[in-house]
Design a binder for this molecule. Structure first.
Ligand code: ADQ
Length: 474
């Protein structure tokens, strides 16, 4: 690796978040000027208190290819844009991140593609993120690197700045060792992650897979959740199940406006006795087709009466330049069209399918309005939607149907747990959730609400950061 200036004069930040995207989206004003608006998502909420109490900075891509932007401050947070060329967006982001790592880490539900030029772009872009972080981080700063797009950054950064305290968190599952071994660059990624002092995973299983791989593939000495590196450092690998701003969301859903909006939503849907809700990014890991198919069959078989029940499915399109995502969108469109064509009446569809991204207030009202939330991913690191639904309950009512393969199932054990590969089993659970008594539902919901409120996003971030401070590097 070439030598670079270790630190520039602007290196003042004492806490730096490094993520593929900056936490803002650009919005064009009617007069042609542009503003930055916070992008939806919980991470900013999690980091905001630390960002404000320390001198914080966020390093990430701003979303426009081929555009160079100087660092700027938005809403009190210093943002450091990383430039990506359109080639790099295609090879590092859409390619290696989303068509190699994403399917590989999600149980190869789709077949991962391995291309050497994608890997080269991944290395180059990770190096750029590391270089820019090294420029803004002050002496001894804490740096928290996020997610699968940046797994080489911890090691690259450590080489540039051994004085930093480096944490890494993986938001998606870390795969079983047998699947991980398919990756031609398996050792490089393990070494990349080992540049951190603390490597965080959603689940204990992910942390264990990582430690086992490090022992087997790199022949490093390990003891429980600790790894001893060749340069004599200790790296800790541990689970930190991500959480949500439960109180904030609950309070939004509790407002009179949300109550009114929830009632309006139900009225607009024809005042159904039962409102099922699905909320997902349009992604093949989320089990959308399986879920909609299960509903279609239940209606066909007369077990759900389309005069009494509706399914609202929100699905924000994502990664639309990746082939598989375009195909999935077409398939879901076709399936919803067929079900509504077969079952619908004039002025009434069984499935209301929406591609819109809604503000938090509207999401809170929808969650509040829903009788049964259906979350059925084939594999999911955590799944925040499940926790958001629970947080929006105003009493111990409602029901959550949740896939066993979502990380959230480890904490929300009282949900109606389903295996989304088993369509009949899923149908049985949906019926159970519909027919259970309010008392039986309340028993489940009470425990889940307690769990979601006691383990909120502040606790998640502060536990990770305390542990990061506590790791004795040597
Ligand atoms: P995602 O795969 O994006 O996250 P998820 O955890 O469900 O999945 O988060 C989706 C978020 O988008 C939720 O906060 C939800 O409210 C929001 N959202 C969905 N549809 C929306 C709509 N139409 N309008 C507005 N908001 C909408 C990755 C991993 C997950 C992990 C998270 C966090 O794949 O497993 O839980 O990171 O670590």
């Amino acid at each position: 690796m070439s030598a670079r200036p270790a630190q520039s004069t602007s290196a003042t930040a004492t806490f730096v978040v490094v993520a593929n995207r900056l936490p803002v989206d650009r919005v064009e004003n009617p007069d042609g000027t542009a503003d930055w608006r916070p992008s939806p998502g919980g991470l900013v909420t999690a980091f905001e208190p630390v960002m404000r109490s320390r001198e914080g900075a966020w390093v990430g891509w701003h979303g426009a290819p081929d555009e160079e932007l100087a660092p700027f401050t938005n809403d009190g947070i210093k943002l450091v844009p990383v430039t990506l060329s359109s080639h790099e967006v295609a090879d590092y982001y859409e390619g290696f991140s989303n068509a190699t790592l994403w399917p590989l880490y999600h149980d190869v539900i789709a077949t991962p593609e391995f291309h050497r030029e994608w890997w080269d772009a991944y290395v180059m872009v990770n190096q750029r993120f590391a270089d820019q972080t090294a420029q803004v981080a002050g002496p001894g700063a804490v740096v928290w690197v996020q997610d699968y797009q940046l797994q080489l950054v911890p090691q690259m950064l450590r080489q540039l700045r051994p004085d930093l305290r480096i944490g890494f968190f993986l938001h998606i599952p870390f795969p079983p060792t047998e699947l991980y071994q398919q990756l031609p660059w398996r050792n490089q990624i393990l070494e990349g992650l080992l540049g951190a002092d603390l490597v965080g995973f959603q689940l204990v299983g992910g942390a264990q897979n990582f430690v086992r791989l490090v022992r087997q593939r790199l022949q490093l000495e390990t003891h429980r959740d600790r790894v001893r590196t060749t340069d004599g450092r200790t790296v800790v690998a541990r689970a930190y199940p991500i959480a949500i701003d439960a109180k904030g969301l609950h309070d939004l859903a509790a407002s009179p406006e949300a109550a009114e909006r929830a009632a309006d939503i139900r009225r607009d849907l024809g005042d159904p006795r039962l409102l099922f809700l699905g909320v997902d990014r349009l992604d093949y890991t989320k089990g959308l087709l399986e879920r909609i198919r299960a509903f279609g069959e239940l209606v066909d078989e007369g077990k759900i009466d389309p005069d009494e029940a509706v399914l609202v499915q929100l699905a924000i399109p994502s990664r639309e330049r990746v082939d598989l995502y375009r195909q999935l969108r077409d398939e879901v469109d076709r399936l919803v069209g067929r079900i509504n064509g077969d079952l619908g009446r004039i002025g009434r569809s069984f499935v209301t399918y929406l591609h819109t991204s809604y503000p938090r207030e509207e999401m809170a009202a929808l969650y509040r309005a829903a009788d049964i939330m259906v979350v059925t991913p084939m594999r999911d690191g955590m799944n925040l939607v499940a926790k958001e639904y629970v947080a929006c309950r105003q009493a111990d009512d409602g029901a959550l149907v949740l896939s066993e393969f979502a990380g959230a199932a480890r904490e929300l054990r009282q949900a109606y747990l389903v295996n989304p590969h088993d369509i009949n089993g899923m149908k049985d659970k949906l019926i159970e959730a519909m027919e259970d008594s309010p008392r039986a539902k309340a028993r489940r919901m009470r425990v889940m609400r307690r769990q979601v409120f006691e383990h909120d996003i502040d606790r998640w971030a502060s536990t990770f950061l305390e542990d990061l401070q506590g790791v004795q590097p040597t």
